[in-house]
Design a protein around this ligand. Structure first.
Ligand code: TXA
Ligand code: MG
Length: 330
């Protein structure tokens, strides 16, 4: 199968919607990362997404809808705070987990009685979802465990010849996946941190918890238990510029080609080393992280990461992805 990357071309949303209605899988731009979408009502199409990614069968998918889609048919009620959060943050990088009515394919939620819903703000995603007028189940458009895609080319690199179409919307401005928020309890609880932060949610909902799995407990959001976001080159995590330089020199002595990934502030302390600049603010680091990980895997024999020091806001999500990329279970 030929995989077409469609930028601004006439009729591309109608073409993508026709594929979705015919049970095919198409990739599309969102403001966070690219998604790999299928009709959420269609068992076969949803199973195709799992097969294409090599995704474990117990890791549920998020359903994407356009801003005017009537979600009351999909969810079994919502708490007051959830309506306030929708008004404040949607469309945008916030996924809300609700009790499900069970109308979509049972494969979407992998046996859970909840459904994760997201209304992306990307104009490309909105136009595509409106043309489809269906809930579109979509994980990030990367092979399972690989780094999430933030350009159409990244999607192409993982799925060339396997899907008919990628709706190109340019580089994703958010850069890390949406915040996943459990809205089934009295207080909202973050299952996956992202660009809509705990502080932002608390300001609207009055309170917001962050789910931490107890050892031995089955995770509430199964995806969080898996190794994720890993570049395909060896990695090492350093605590300081000095430590990073030691590892760097060692790798060079063995004729390797090391790279260091760190925040802008540390670059002056790394003279003589080849460095990938993660940026200075949380938003910048979120936007650059995945593209830099993908770039590193194409050229480095060892990628040395120094975890950014800043905390608060978007940094919770950035550090979570950063540590996972470097092999730490969080
Ligand atoms: O930004 C995003 O969310 C991107 C774009 C494409 O929208 N999508 C994305 O999907 O990151 P994925 O499949 O890579 O991650 C979905 C996460 C997983 O951690 C999964 O376990 C969790 O959402 N999830 C999905 N449905 C859930 C549910 N019913 N209850 C709890 N967690 C759920
Ligand atoms: Mg993913």
């Amino acid at each position: 199968m030929e995989t077409k990357i469609l930028g601004r071309t006439r009729g591309r949303f109608a073409t993508a919607a026709a594929y979705i209605k015919a049970g095919e899988v198409v990739a599309f731009h969102t403001e966070t990362v690219y998604g790999l979408g299928a009709n959420a009502f269609d068992d076969e199409a949803v199973l195709k997404v799992f097969a294409l990614k090599g995704r474990p069968a117990d890791n549920p998918l998020i359903v994407h809808v356009h801003r005017d889609y009537d979600i009351t048919q999909l969810i079994d009620g919502e708490p007051h705070y959830a309506a306030a959060l929708r008004a404040a943050f949607l469309p945008g990088p916030l996924t809300m987990v609700y009790p499900s009515t069970g109308k979509v394919s049972k494969y979407v939620s992998c046996g859970l009685n909840t459904l994760a819903i997201r209304v992306p703000s990307s104009p490309v995603a909105q136009a595509f979802l409106r043309a489809s007028d269906l809930p579109v189940a979509a994980p990030s458009a990367n092979l399972s465990k690989h780094v999430s895609p933030v350009t159409a080319q990244h999607v192409y690199d993982d799925f060339q010849g396997k899907i008919p179409l990628i709706l190109d919307g340019g580089a994703c401005t958010g850069g890390i996946e949406s915040t996943v928020l459990d809205c089934t309890g009295k207080v909202p609880q973050i299952l996956r941190e992202g660009l809509v932060t705990r502080e932002m949610i608390s300001a609207v909902a009055g309170d917001c918890g962050v789910y931490k799995r107890q050892t031995g407990e089955k995770p509430k959001s199964p995806g969080m238990a898996y190794k994720h976001y890993a570049p395909r080159c060896p990695t090492a995590l350093a605590n300081s510029a000095e430590e990073a330089l030691r590892i760097y020199r060692n790798e060079e002595m063995g004729c390797g080609k090391p790279l260091i990934l760190c925040e802008s502030a540390l670059i002056p302390a790394l003279e003589g080393a080849e460095v990938l600049d993660l940026g200075a603010t949380g938003e910048e680091m979120a936007r650059r992280l995945y593209a830099l990980l993908r770039r590193a895997e194409d050229s480095a024999t060892l990628l040395i990461g120094i975890e950014p020091k800043a905390r608060g806001g978007v940094m919770a999500g950035v550090c979570n992805r950063f540590k996972k990329a470097f092999g730490e279970q969080t």
